[in-house]
Design a protein around this ligand. Structure first.
Ligand code: ZN
Length: 98
């Protein structure tokens, strides 16, 4: 299980995006969540949804930021039975829950 922020992010972040990721992390931690998907299967499905690909028929979110076209970073959080996942634009820092 990946637990650090940097492991989730494999693209270069702008400082705005880094701030947005940090803010989300602290907000979620304050609510008792920790970074990570509940299982590798869930993480894999989420990545496919974000990236489109073969799961395009069920893809309801854009692959890139609707605001600036930047690449999206996948940020999953879990708390007991609760699971929330977000995308954060690596360019403008726009956060979306999906
Ligand atoms: Zn953006």
């Amino acid at each position: 299980m990946e637990t650090t922020l940097d492991v989730q992010v494999d693209t270069v972040l702008t400082s705005t995006a880094r701030d947005a990721i940090d803010r989300l992390y602290w907000e979620m931690e304050a609510e008792g969540y920790r970074a990570g998907a509940p299982s590798e299967e869930v993480e894999e499905i989420d990545r496919l949804v974000i990236e489109g690909g073969d799961q395009g028929a069920v893809c309801f979110k854009p692959k890139s930021c609707v605001k600036c076209g930047g690449e999206l970073s996948y940020q999953p959080y879990v708390k007991e039975r609760s699971y929330r996942s977000f995308t954060i634009c690596t360019r403008c820092g726009r956060v979306r829950e999906f």
